[in-house]
Ligand binder design. Structure first.
Ligand code: ATP
Ligand code: MG
Length: 373
C-alpha cells in the first residue's frame, strides 16, 4: 500500500493529518500526555516570533494510567484529558499531541534533488521498508526535505519519521473520548526542540555551532535530545525520573507516596532531607545525564557537548543545574520557554516560572498553531 493511501485511510478514520514536520492548522492546544500529568498550553502569536501564553493547565494523571510512554488505561487518560480541558476554560477543542521518541523511528536518507513529490514519496517508502521492523501497512510515514548535501548540490537530505499506527491511534482515541480533536501528531523531541529554540537567543551567538544536550527529566523518563544548529543529532529515552526521589522520601520518612509527592514539591520535610535524600538523588541524576552524554559520544562522531539544558519537573529542584554543571563540567541551564513571552493577566508569574520546565513539550506543541505551511 502506498504512503498516500496509508495517509488517506488514516485521515478517513480519524480526520487527522499525521504530520511530524509541517502542518498549518487553525489555533490549537498543545497537549503533552505524560506519566504524572497531562499538560496543556495555549499560545497566541503577537508578532514575528513573539507569543503570549493565554492559559495552561497541569492535571494529575492517576498512577499507572500511562506505562512506558503509552496509554495503559484509556478511560483514566481520557478522563484526565477531560478534567484538564475543563480547567483550561477554553473553547478550543483542536489539540496537538506527540509520541515519545521511542515510538518514532527516524532515518536520514540522501536522494537526488529536484524530484517530484510523488517520486520522492515512492523512494521514501522503498527506503523505509528496509529499516522499519514492521509491515509498512501497520506504519504511518512522514518525511521532510532537510537541506542540500554540502559539496553535492545535486543531492538533498531527507528525514523520514515512522510510527506504528496503533501508537498514533491510541492517543487520538483518548483525545476523542475526551471530546477533543487531534489535528497534529508530533514527536516529543521535535516539540521539545521547537520550544527550546525560543530560548536560543539567551545563548552566546544564539547557540551557533554549539552542541546542546536538551535533557527532560520527568517522573519516570529522562529524555535526551542533542542538538546542533537546529538539527537533532541524537535522541534517547532512559528510565530515570522524579518518581525515584518520591519513592526514597516514602521509604525514609514514613509518608505515603502521595504525601511524599506533595512534601517534595513544598519542601516541607525533616531537616536531614537535603543531605540524606535530595543531595544523593541529584548526584545520581547527574551521573545519569553524564551516562546519556557518553552514549551520545559512542554512537556518533562527536566528542563534546557545549551546553546542557534541563527541562521536565525535576529541573525545578533548586540547585540541580549547579550539581550537573560541576559533575559534567558543562555549563547547565534550566529551560524556560516562556521567558520572552507575554502572559495573559490571569497567569501568576511565580507559578509559571515553577511550572515552565515541565511545560516544554506542551509549549512546543502549542507552537504548531503558527507553523508556516
Ligand atoms: N518543585 C519540585 N521539586 C522537585 N521535584 C519536582 C518539583 N516539581 C515537580 N517535580 C517532580 O517532577 C516530576 C514530574 O515532572 P514532569 O511533569 O516533567 O513529568 P512527566 O512529564 O509526567 O513524566 P514523564 O515525562 O517521565 O512521563 C515528578 O516526579 C515531580 O515530583
Ligand atoms: Mg514529560
Amino acid at each position: 500500500m502506498s504512503i498516500a493511501a496509508n495517509k488517506l485511510m488514516f485521515k478517513e478514520n480519524f480526520d487527522i493529518n499525521l504530520d511530524f514536520f509541517k502542518i498549518k492548522p487553525p489555533s490549537l492546544i498543545g497537549v503533552d500526555i505524560s506519566s504524572s500529568s497531562v499538560k496543556m498550553v495555549e499560545l497566541s502569536q503577537t508578532g514575528n516570533q513573539l507569543y503570549r501564553i493565554e492559559r495552561y493547565a497541569i492535571e494529575a494523571m492517576p498512577a499507572d494510567a500511562m506505562q512506558d510512554g503509552g496509554i495503559a488505561d484509556m478511560e483514566a487518560v481520557s478522563e484526565c484529558l477531560r478534567r484538564g480541558w475543563k480547567r483550561m476554560r477554553t473553547r478550543q477543542k483542536n489539540v496537538a499531541l506527540a509520541l515519545p521518541a521511542t515510538d518514532v523511528i527516524t532515518k536520514r536518507i540522501v536522494v537526488p534533488a529536484g524530484q517530484r513529490e510523488d517520486d520522492l514519496a515512492f523512494q521514501v517508502e522503498n527506503e523505509a521498508s528496509q529499516y522499519i521492523p514492521f509491515p509498512l501497512d501497520e506504519v504511518d510515514l512522514d518525511f521532510q526535505v532537510i537541506k542540500p548535501v554540502s559539496d553535492h548540490p545535486e543531492e538533498v537530505e531527507v528525514l523520514i519519521a515512522a510510527s506504528r499506527k496503533e501508537k498514533v491511534e491510541d492517543r487520538v482515541a483518548a483525545a476523542l473520548m475526551a471530546d477533543l480533536k487531534a489535528v497534529v501528531m508530533d514527536a516529543e523531541p521535535y516539540a521539545a526542540q521547537a520550544a527550546f529554540e525560543l530560548m536560543l537567543r539567551q545563548l552566546p551567538e544564539e547557540g551557533k555551532d554549539q552542541v546542546i544536550a536538551l535533557v527532560d527529566i520527568g517522573a519516570t523518563t529522562m529524555k535526551v535530545n542533542v542538538l546542533l544548529n537546529g538539527e537533532s543529532l541524537y535522541t534517547r529515552d532512559q528510565p530515570f525520573g522524579g518518581n525515584q526521589l518520591t519513592q526514597e522520601i516514602h521509604n525514609q520518612f514514613n509518608l505515603s507516596l502521595e504525601e511524599s509527592e506533595t512534601a517534595k514539591r513544598s519542601g516541607n520535610l525533616p531537616e536531614n532531607y537535603q543531605a540524606d535524600v535530595l543531595q544523593p538523588f541529584c548526584e545520581t541524576l547527574a551521573i545519569e545525564v553524564i551516562r546519556a552524554i557518553q552514549f551520545f559520544y559512542t554512537s556518533t562522531q562527536y566528542t563534546e557537548v557545549n551546553y546542557i539544558v534541563i527541562a521536565g519537573g525535576c529541573a525545578a529542584i533548586p540547585g540541580l543545574d549547579a550539581v550537573i554543571s560541576s559533575r559534567a563540567q558543562v555549563s547547565t541551564l534550566v529551560v524556560n520557554p516562556f521567558a520572552a513571552m507575554e502572559q495573559a493577566s490571569g497567569i501568576s508569574q511565580r507559578q509559571l516560572n515553577l511550572d515552565a520546565p515541565a511545560l516544554l513539550i506542551a509549549c512546543g506543541l502549542a507552537l504548531r498553531s503558527f507553523d508556516p505551511s
